[in-house]
Design a protein around this ligand. Structure first.
Ligand code: SF4
Length: 228
């Protein structure tokens, strides 16, 4: 299975690292606020992996990291071997995931292929299905991934895109229970732009985001706003 997109220069996706970002072809969720609707809903722009490797070889010493993003990368049947080949070139690897595939996560960690994991925590358990746009949001897998990541010993973040139509003080309080004891959570501002799966959604205002942060500091060591 091939990646379907590449951002050849990013300063925004992995802390202070200069990165190349690769986009996986599909996703098992349909989050209404997803900006990657094209890669989630279509799968027709495959980039041969050899081309990606050839490009990355020209970036040795110029970039720090490769961000493997989506769609949902862990749905790629050969993700582990692809990341192995990228890692052999000497780049750090950040994985973006929705947490639905703990087996792949475990394998990547077992092979010591990841430097950083960013996992989406979409909402409280009872609001998860609605927030990700599917009837079965695979909650047991998501909880397994949360546990794997929190016990992995590598740097990680959880992150939540705040959308007025889906998040409330009540759902945020319950969401905190899911990641109790975690190191870091980012609360991201939703931006309505071209390509979003569902039109007409709204961001949470900053004053509310700050109150959500206060609630979540009861569960998570560090909570930051992103994009506000
Ligand atoms: S936001 Fe992430 S998990 Fe949700 S549909 Fe888009 S790619 Fe999939």
């Amino acid at each position: 299975m091939d990646f379907v997109g590449i951002d050849k220069f990013s300063l925004l996706d992995y802390d202070e690292n200069v990165s190349v970002v690769l986009f996986a072809p599909t996703c098992n969720f349909r989050c209404p606020f997803c900006h990657n609707g094209q890669s989630v809903l279509e799968n027709n722009l495959a980039i041969p992996f050899d081309e990606i490797l050839d490009f990355l070889k020209t970036r040795t010493g110029l970039i720090d990291a490769v961000v493997v993003s989506g769609g949902e990368p862990t749905l790629m049947n050969d993700l582990v071997s692809k990341i192995e080949k990228i890692k052999e070139l000497g780049f750090k690897i950040k994985l973006d995931t929705n947490g639905t595939n703990p087996d792949v996560l475990r394998e990547l960690l077992r092979k010591n292929l990841l430097n950083y994991i960013a996992m989406d925590i979409k909402n409280s358990e009872d609001k998860y299905a609605e927030t990700v746009g599917v009837t079965n949001p695979l909650l047991s897998k998501i909880k397994e991934s949360i546990s794997i990541i929190m016990n992995s010993g590598i740097d990680y973040e959880f992150r939540t895109t705040l959308v007025a139509e889906y998040h409330s003080k009540e759902s945020i309080e319950k969401m905190g229970e899911l990641i109790k004891g975690a190191n870091k959570l980012y609360l991201q501002k939703f931006v309505d732009r071209e390509g979003v799966i569902k039109k007409g959604l709204h961001p949470i205002e900053e004053v509310w985001a700050l109150s959500f942060k206060e609630i979540l500091l009861g569960y998570v060591k560090q909570v930051e706003l992103r994009g506000y």
